[in-house]
Design a protein around this ligand. Structure first.
Ligand code: SF4
Ligand code: SF4
Length: 188
């Protein structure tokens, strides 16, 4: 009974001299190689060339500032509670007189740290935040660690720079969501 049509009749005929020298197999292999030389490359020269990660990629965290440059985070701790990997820790502090231009609310995160070794980039911190203060950038990866002491990201690496603000809709494929202040309403 024939189960598939891929079975081949084995031939016991004497090999020719060319077959004994593997010439047909070598020529066929060379043909495949030459054909691939002219095809479009599927690989890129990473890290010199970076691939577009996609509109819903969850990468490097960013702590947002509002339009006036004030930190949006109010150290409520909801992101830390939502984090399944327990990667977020923070120390809250009270805003002092004269610091109104630095922090939007009366309470702010004096320390805000994410352990990138624990983080699974699920995005739940972003979803939990009532102040639209934490986002996972779709356009930047967290770099590979060389040392263990590089895995804790503090505010120095998380708070966005005003000359390099993150706007998710910079990519037209990304739909703005009602929770994204920079896209739908003026920051308050
Ligand atoms: S992305 Fe997920 S695992 Fe990473 S810090 Fe946010 S909630 Fe935690
Ligand atoms: S990032 Fe958002 S959820 Fe986390 S502490 Fe700050 S305000 Fe609260």
């Amino acid at each position: 009974m024939q189960l598939t049509n891929r079975s081949k009749q084995v031939s016991n005929k004497e090999m020719t001299l060319a077959e004994k020298m593997y010439l047909p197999a070598v020529i066929s292999g060379l043909g495949i190689t030459i054909r691939h030389l002219f095809r479009k490359k599927v690989t890129i020269q990473y890290p010199e060339v970076k691939k577009y990660l996609g509109p819903i990629y969850r990468g490097h965290h960013v702590l947002k500032r509002d339009e006036q440059g004030r930190e949006r985070c109010t150290a409520c701790g909801l992101c830390a509670v939502a984090c399944p990997a327990e990667a977020i820790s923070m120390v809250a502090a009270e805003r002092k007189k004269g610091e109104e231009k630095l922090y939007r609310e009366e309470k702010y995160a004096a320390v805000y740290e994410i352990n990138m070794l624990r983080c699974i980039f699920c995005g739940l911190c972003e979803e939990a935040c009532p102040k639209q203060a934490v986002y996972l950038r779709h356009d930047r990866m967290v770099p590979v660690f060389q040392e263990r002491d590089q895995v804790i990201y503090g505010k120095d690496r998380l708070v966005e720079k005003m000359d390099d603000r993150y706007v998710r809709a910079a990519n037209s494929e990304v739909k703005a969501t009602p929770t994204e202040p920079s896209l739908t309403r003026a920051a308050t």
